[in-house]
Design a binder for this molecule. Structure first.
Ligand SMILES: Cc1cc2nc3c(=O)[nH]c(=O)nc-3n(C[C@H](O)[C@H](O)[C@H](O)COP(=O)(O)OP(=O)(O)OC[C@H]3O[C@@H](n4cnc5c(N)ncnc54)[C@H](O)[C@@H]3O)c2cc1C
Length: 383
């Protein structure tokens, strides 16, 4: 990894520069652009997002008013090199995040660097085991995306997910654990007494034991056309950085769990209105009371119980959510478009930048089998 990449990484959390090192140019309705924003944000890389539809912003950054649509998303790396039609894998490699395993063999290969994987890494490495952690996206997992965790032992005033992830990563590394980032595990096979883990880029890791801590994958909402709008108004999960981009927007959050409640509180600080859709009769059965109290104290938050998203209105991106409540035959239309014009602004910060109204889907989860990973039959963790 190059020196500047180390300096800018999330692992130097408090020392990260405020000037973005990465510039990303794309359209707000681009799934590829969203994937890169999400990846950079979750890895703590400051970046500047420039909307390709805004000539003034384009001129200010690129010196030209427009670029070929086929070149988008366009990523400019800190060394000035440009990646046209950039992918997450190319950006990760360009930022020096992709490293080969340092050892020919490990005692323990951990799949997933969420809280479970990082805790296992700290414990294993501190006991002297040669430990490697494989992470598909970013250290911290789900926990890394939340703005405040209030029930983690030892943090009486709460701790942000990104700080928890950073601290845990530093701790694991301090004991000698190795982290291989930005590539998912795709296969595990046995070679005599050794398990061989294969990553998506073909990297092979040999280990005497494999521990799966791959967390969960979002259950998809069953609404026609929803998959076509992923990253273009529809998002699963809601990172802290997305909230700022929703300034003056109308946001719909689906789900009745604590994650949905936290997202509503966070987005309400910026959005013009936040509507929470809950299938059940009340929030009490699925959400902690402290969050219910917080929601009820925010005037521009509306909670609609016994209500589900039924359909979407969209052109190149989401425009409205059609909802059905209880036994009512009449659907209601919730606009999901920016009330204020955010589009002329360039967004410069450590985080994702999304422009217009969005639907954030939370609260529906299911266990997964490692995002394409095929674990050995005899032992896998996760949930
Ligand atoms: C918005 C939000 C707020 C939350 N708030 C709280 C809270 O306040 N308090 C609380 O107790 N809990 C909270 N949670 C829940 C908590 O974050 C999870 O319970 C916790 O993160 C689970 O940890 P984990 O390590 O088991 O899994 P995860 O955090 O899901 O981590 C799994 C990791 O494995 C990686 N992975 C998956 N498949 C592969 C593969 N094939 N190859 C490589 N890597 C892979 C993933 O990318 C991920 O990083 C919240 C969750 C969310 C989403």
């Amino acid at each position: 990894m190059r020196d500047w990449a180390v300096l800018m990484s999330m692992f130097d959390y408090d020392a990260r520069p405020v000037t973005p090192g990465v510039v990303l140019v794309g359209t707000s309705a681009s799934r590829g652009g969203y994937a890169i924003r999400d990846f950079l944000s979750r890895n703590g890389y400051p970046f500047e997002w420039v909307d390709a539809g805004q000539p003034d912003a384009m001129r200010a950054v690129l010196g030209v008013a427009e670029v070929e649509p086929s070149a988008l998303p366009l990523c400019i790396l800190p060394d000035g090199s440009r990646l046209a039609s950039a992918t997450v894998e190319q950006v990760a490699a360009g930022l020096g995040m992709v490293a080969a395993p340092a050892l020919p063999e490990y005692d323990l290969t951990i799949i997933g660097a969420g809280p479970a994987g990082l805790a296992a890494a700290v414990n294993a490495a501190s006991e002297g085991l040669r430990t490697v952690v494989v992470e598909a996206v970013a250290p911290g997992g789900q926990a890394g995306t939340t703005s405040m965790i209030e029930n983690y032992l030892g943090f009486p005033n709460g701790i942000s997910g990104s700080e928890l992830a950073t601290r845990a990563t530093v701790q694991a590394r301090r004991f000698g654990a190795e982290l291989l980032l930005a590539r998912p595990l795709v296969d595990v096979s046995a070679d005599g007494p050794v398990y061989v883990a294969e990553l998506s880029d073909g990297t092979l890791i040999r280990g005497r034991a494999v521990l799966f801590a791959s967390g969960v994958e979002w259950r998809r909402l069953e609404v026609p056309g929803i998959d076509d709008l992923l990253g273009a108004g529809i998002y699963y999960g809601a990172g802290p950085s997305e909230a700022l981009a929703c300034t003056d927007s109308q946001v719909v959050v689906v789900g009745g769990g604590n994650s949905a409640g936290q997202a509503v509180v966070r987005f309400s600080r910026y959005a013009q209105r936040v509507t929470l859709l809950v299938r059940g009769h009340d929030l009490g059965s699925s959400m902690s009371q402290y969050l219910i109290d917080q929601l009820s104290a925010i005037p521009h938050v509306e909670v609609r119980v016994r209500t589900q998203a039924a359909a979407l209105e969209a052109d190149d991106r989401l425009r409205a959510v059609i909802v059905r409540s209880g036994d009512s035959a009449e659907p209601a239309r919730l606009p999901a478009a920016a009330a204020g014009d955010q589009s002329a602004r360039r967004v410069r910060r450590r985080g994702r930048a999304l422009r217009v109204g969005q639907t954030l889907l939370g609260g529906h989860r299911r266990g997964i089998d490692g995002r394409g990973a095929r674990p050995p039959a005899a032992g896998r963790g996760g949930r």
